[in-house]
Ligand binder design. Structure first.
Ligand code: NAP
Length: 523
């Protein structure tokens, strides 16, 4: 029988009424869990978070919140095997995909726990130095960050149910703002199980974390100007949120993490036998196939010098052809299915869009026989590489994110044109450059930096110790301009700003310095 996923609202587990939504195993399409949010009182849930959770959190210091975060991180680690099994059954994750999600969750919680201990017993942050305002030294002003008195509504995408929950929650919790987290319905089981463990542990202050498993319904109608919405998902849903009447009229703070056409560039200086080439090939193959390409940071556009295009194509095809697609329950499988039937349809139609004017080097949209899956069942696609010999800014590959194991290889000659084509993606989360030619690196980085949240530099000396560009690190910003949503998350203390109100306090220097002593760090 399918597990019923209840929501944790106003301090209690609550099941919705009416017809339930089925969560399925994407390898065989069998239901694994079900949920409903029909009939739940979301206005009361939001009010409880604000009133009870907000007061409880604001009575704790950064260091106390950090101690709790460390214990929550360990709780995720302790349940690793159980959570891996959920990721395999509900999200089509291979064991290694599931570990990436779960370990990313506990590492991010632990990073913020450690950051909290460096902030000590304070409850606010200073924003830089104070400043004199007049002839006398007495007249003074200081910018200060204090927690907003609302609720942080976190709306997450289906692809990282553990990490998505944790990376957002760690930051709002540390900032002192209660959270209501809403995982994507299709893969909510993992987030639900983590929150269930946290609630059972008794570690969370009452009201500090609520969970909504299933459709969002009227949730956003109850928000006010002290609340924050941190959204991760498609550009289309983001556009709906931006035009939501309450978000607009109440000036609810909204952070959007959306689509991205991330690029990887092989520099002209990288020889065919070089370590930097191996790094480039390994990163591209990992980013195309990990989580079946369902990563917002996955590499979608690959650029190689014109004279090396055919060699790079051959090497990528060779490596991608070694990938074994199937049910992650089989040990032979190295890449699982897409998470839902909607994703399968969307990826197949996206492939057809990319195919216009491009050569198919490997893969494609035709149904395949997947290891360990019942015939005709499961949402499988093979790793797919297109080659576009004469790319243009208006090509579908610069306009449309295919959220699966799909990328396009292109040649470049002129550096200015390369920069133009990367920028044609309209703003992205991360792009990577593999080169030790400083002039080339400088020109490309200067050209693409305004269009990205993160730029990764890989070269000969970093081979063997670099982190793949698709790995989001809590120390560095996650987000990007334009198509990527214009949001910013993580980045150490910077991430807290979303949940804090910056206020300028003006008056007597001695009083202000007593109220807000200068030993606090600023984001
Ligand atoms: P999605 O369809 O936009 O859904 C994202 C979330 O929004 C889900 O929790 C969904 O809930 C919720 N939602 C749907 N309609 C809503 C509405 N009208 N109001 C409020 N919430 C609503 O995206 P997805 O298919 O889960 O994720 C894939 C996309 O996310 C890709 O485009 C990918 O690039 C992007 N993504 C971006 C990042 C990043 O950090 N930039 C990370 C991961 C994924 P239900 O599931 O209940 O419908």
């Amino acid at each position: 029988m399918a597990t019923e996923l209840k929501s944790y609202l106003a301090g209690k587990w609550r099941g919705g009424s009416g017809k339930k939504i089925a969560l399925v195993n994407p390898s065989n399409e069998q239901p694994v869990a079900e949920t409903s949010t029909e009939g739940l009182d979301l206005a009361a849930a939001i009010e409880f978070s604000r009133r009870v959770g907000g007061a409880n959190l604001r009575s704790t210091t950064f260091a106390q919140r950090g101690e709790i975060l460390a214990k929550l991180a360990r709780s995720v680690g302790d349940a690793r095997e159980e959570l891996i099994a959920i990721g395999m059954a509900n999200a089509g994750n291979t064991r290694s995909d599931a570990k990436f999600d779960i370990d990313g969750a506990s590492a991010t919680l632990m990073y913020y726990a450690e950051l909290a201990s460096s902030l000590g017993d304070s409850r606010f942050l200073l924003d830089g130095e104070g400043t004199g305002l007049g002839r006398s030294a007495r007249l003074y002003g200081q910018h200060v960050f204090v927690p907003r008195q609302g609720v942080a509504v976190h709306i997450n995408a289906f692809n990282f149910p553990a990490w998505g929950l944790a990376e957002k929650f760690a930051v709002s919790f540390l900032a002192g703002v209660p959270t209501l987290s809403k995982p994507a319905s299709a893969t909510a089981w993992m987030a639900q199980r983590i929150v269930e463990r946290w609630v059972e542990s008794g570690l969370l202050p009452e009201g500090a974390l609520s969970l909504l498993c299933g459709p969002v319904r009227d949730l956003l109608d109850h928000l006010t100007g002290q609340d924050v919405v941190a959204f991760t998902g498609s550009g289309e849903t983001a556009a709906r949120l931006r035009s939501h009447p309450v978000i607009g009229s109440a000036n609810v703070r909204l952070n959007v993490e959306a689509d991205s056409l991330n690029a990887a560039v092989l520099g002209p200086d990288v020889a065919l036998g070089a370590e930097a080439l191996n790094l480039f090939l390994a990163d591209v193959v990992r980013e195309v196939t990990q989580k079946a390409g369902q990563k917002c940071t996955a590499i979608r556009r690959i650029y190689a010098p014109l004279e090396q295009l055919d060699e790079i194509r051959e090497r990528l095809v060779e490596r991608l052809s070694e990938v074994r697609v199937g049910d992650p329950a089989s040990e032979k499988t190295t890449m699982g299915p897409l998470a839902t039937s909607d994703q399968l349809e969307s990826v197949r139609s996206g492939m057809n869009r990319l195919a216009a004017g491009a050569e198919l080097a490997t893969g494609g949209s035709k149904p395949l026989t997947a290891i360990g899956a019942p015939a005709g069942k499961g949402f499988f696609v093979p790793p797919t590489l297109f080659v576009k010999r004469e790319p243009a800014a208006t090509d579908a590959l610069n306009q449309h994110e295919v959220f699966g194991p799909v990328a396009t290889l292109m040649p470049y000659g002129d550096v200015g044109r390369l920069v133009e084509l990367i920028a044609a993606g309209g703003g992205g989360l991360v792009s990577a450059l593999y080169s030790d030619d400083r002039k080339f690196v400088s020109e490309v980085v200067t050209g693409i930096a305004p269009f990205h949240g993160r730029v990764v530099l890989g070269g000969e000396k970093l081979a063997g110790q670099s982190v793949s560009p698709g790995t989001v690190l809590p120390q560095l910003l996650h987000g990007g301009p334009g198509r990527a949503g214009g949001g910013e998350e993580l980045g150490g203390l910077r991430g807290l700003q979303l949940y804090l109100n910056r206020v300028a306090v003006q008056g007597d220097r001695a009083l202000i310095q007593q109220l807000f002593p200068a030993r606090r760090s600023s984001p």
